[in-house]
Design a protein. Structure first.
Length: 219
């Protein structure tokens, strides 16, 4: 997915945490609401615990509906203090930001930025890639449409926050609209993959023609 000027405008930093925002930048305040996403495992933070050494560990599930809603200031603090700070991005709870992140290439762009930020040493040791989930239609549908995810088990040190269900109020038409948008995301990814395959085939055909054309001109 190509990086464009609009995508660059969606990226910001908050005290070391990576943010993905609406490109117009409206509403970016410490109290603005976000969700925290692990862009490599395609999971959404639901809370946090601490390991035996007292280090903070964000917990996550592969469901937007199960994910917690955090203020921007709190999310930045959690990401910064997590033992894996280069896995997470704070995603604005906004329709435009949500659409650009999932359907407009924001997810892959954030993956690339965090991989570069982590450095070769951390990447080689495994934490960044050991739980890498390919961006497939099935994986995205699981994240976008799994509205009946189980709540995390005991052991959480912070109380659960109210999940953010994007536009999923009592109105069933909103649910239909967001379900349709999820399928459009899947369709876009499928088409992009198909076009990439066609482009590779075209290049192979051009190379083959370049190799055979001189030979065909010989007497």
């Amino acid at each position: 997915m190509p990086t464009n000027v609009q995508m660059e405008r969606c990226i910001a930093r908050e005290r070391g945490a990576l943010l993905f925002w609406s490109p117009d930048g409206t509403g970016r305040r410490p109290t603005s609401r976000v969700q925290i996403l692990d862009v490599f495992s395609l999971q959404v933070a639901t809370g946090y615990t601490r390991d035996p050494q007292g280090r903070l560990l964000l917990e996550a599930q592969p469901s937007l509906a199960a994910g917690g809603s955090w203020s921007l200031a709190k999310a930045a603090q959690l990401i910064r203090n997590d033992v894996r700070p280069h896995r997470w991005v704070a995603l604005q709870q906004d329709r435009r930001a949500w659409g650009l992140f999932w359907a407009g290439g924001g997810l892959q762009h954030c993956r690339d930025l965090l991989l570069a930020q982590a450095g070769e040493a951390e990447t080689a040791s495994g934490p960044m890639t050991s739980a890498l989930v390919p961006v497939t239609p099935e994986a995205l549908l699981r994240v976008l449409l799994d509205l009946e995810a189980e709540q995390p088990g005991a052991g959480r040190t912070s109380p659960p926050t109210r999940p953010w269900r994007p536009a999923l109020a009592a109105n069933p038409w909103k649910l239909v609209a967001w379900t349709s948008m999820a399928w459009l995301v899947v369709l876009g990814i499928t088409v992009a993959g198909f076009m990439a395959v066609l482009e590779r085939q075209d290049r192979q055909l051009e190379l083959l023609l370049e190799r055979t054309t001189p030979a065909s001109r010989q007497p």
